[in-house]
Design a protein around this ligand. Structure first.
Ligand SMILES: [Ca+2]
Ligand SMILES: [Ca+2]
Length: 387
């Protein structure tokens, strides 16, 4: 019978170390509850130690994300049913015997059995079974211990999804300096599992990612640094990028390849009458037959919509190409704004004019005739000669 203890001291020394302890004493007690508890305790201690060494250091606000794109870790992680290590973790076999142990042997999977002389590691990823035993001076041979570990050298997979209401117009991709880009990080680790995901926006402080999208206001996508770590300390800063428009259409898989043109120019709006105004001094005068239309153009992202209001209206309403006419006599005003497809709104364009509906009035009176008349003598400009 054998007894296996698993000690994790990776927190104390730089390289992780798994120790399988073998006892050549055949009478020794078997797996007892205490051992299980010990393992559990050690796992917790390991987690705590990991926190002390790595996670805390990295999550502290203002800490930079470590250099390097990827790295193979050196931690040991006890899952509910399985133990994970990396190719960097050293496995050590220690033996005890009541008299004296002679030699210890081990075998990895179905490989050839070898004598144990120093700690070893398993580079190859996947599930491995280590079989080990010792023989004492008197030829007593321990029943082999078997322990399975899963080697995980692969850092988490990370995808950054960027979404914004991009506009594609004539094969150009337009954005606005008012855009709030939405960033979602998807990280997963198929072996030991994900421990944590940290990110920073440009040179800003490092934050922990809590599965919630975050938003950054900018004209083009911000540089996002992502640091994802699995439970055995493999980390990655490399990630795939998907850039989507608001409808969820994938428009690029790299922020570098995507050429974004920032449209910061609102549409230009014109309000026109179908006939020329009659000018009375500076006053533009129209009749009730004048028909007004509103036009807007945007050379970049394109026009989205036009809104207008008349006279003292409080609210703008959507303009849908209708002809606007006025039947009331007096001053009138048309005010229009236009919005382009990335959301730039033009300042108000106003046209003021007078609509004249008042008909002329004509009076008839008798004027002077060329022939002198009796009345003519009374005209002031007629010189009345003295008698
Ligand atoms: Ca992994
Ligand atoms: Ca524009």
């Amino acid at each position: 019978m054998k007894r296996i203890s698993l000690f994790l001291i990776s927190a104390i020394i730089f390289t992780g170390l798994v120790i399988f302890q073998t006892k050549a004493n055949a009478d020794d007690d078997v797996t007892d509850v205490t051992d299980v508890n010990d393992v559990t305790d050690v796992t917790e201690a390991d987690d705590a130690a990991d926190t002390a060494i790595d996670t805390t250091g990295r999550t502290t606000v203002g800490t930079n994300i470590p250099e390097g794109d990827t790295g193979v870790g050196n931690k040991i992680f006890h899952g509910d049913t399985r133990t994970f290590i990396t190719g960097n973790v050293k496995i050590e076999l220690t033996e005890t015997d009541n008299i004296e142990t002679e030699r210890t042997f081990y075998r990895i999977n179905d490989d050839e059995e070898q004598e144990y002389t120093e700690s070893f590691s398993i580079e190859e990823e996947g599930m491995h079974t280590v079989t080990y035993y010792s023989v004492d001076r008197l030829g007593n041979r321990e029943a082999p211990g078997i322990f399975s570990v899963i080697v995980d050298n692969t850092p988490p997979d990370v995808i950054l999804n960027i979404m914004a209401p991009f506009v594609i117009n004539e094969e150009m991709v337009y954005a606005s300096e008012f855009f709030n880009y939405q960033y979602t990080i998807r990280a997963s680790d198929s072996a030991s599992g994900l421990r944590s995901v940290l990110y920073s926006v440009g040179d800003d402080t490092v934050k922990k990612y809590y599965l919630q999208p975050f938003f950054v206001n900018s004209s083009v996508p911000a540089k996002i640094n992502i640091f994802a770590e699995d439970k055995v300390g493999n980390f990655t800063k490399q990630y795939a990028t998907n850039i989507y428009d608001e409808d969820g259409t994938l428009i690029a898989t790299s922020a570098d390849e995507l050429v974004i043109t920032v449209d910061s120019t609102p549409p230009e709006v014109t309000i026109t009458a179908d006939k020329e105004f009659f000018m009375k001094g500076d006053l533009q005068v129209a009749s009730k037959d004048y028909k007004f239309t509103i036009n807007a153009t945007d050379e970049q992202s394109g026009l989205r919509s036009i809104y207008y209001r008349l006279n003292d209206d409080q609210k703008f309403i959507l303009y849908t190409g209708e002809e606007i006419t006025f039947s009331e006599n007096g001053m009138h005003r048309i005010e229009a704004v236009a919005v382009d497809r990335v959301g730039n709104t033009s300042p108000g364009t106003t046209l003021e004019f007078y609509v004249d509906t008042i008909v002329p009035t004509t009076e008839m009176k008798f004027g002077k005739t060329d022939a002198p008349s009796a009345d003519a003598d009374l005209d002031s400009d007629t010189e009345v000669l003295p008698e």
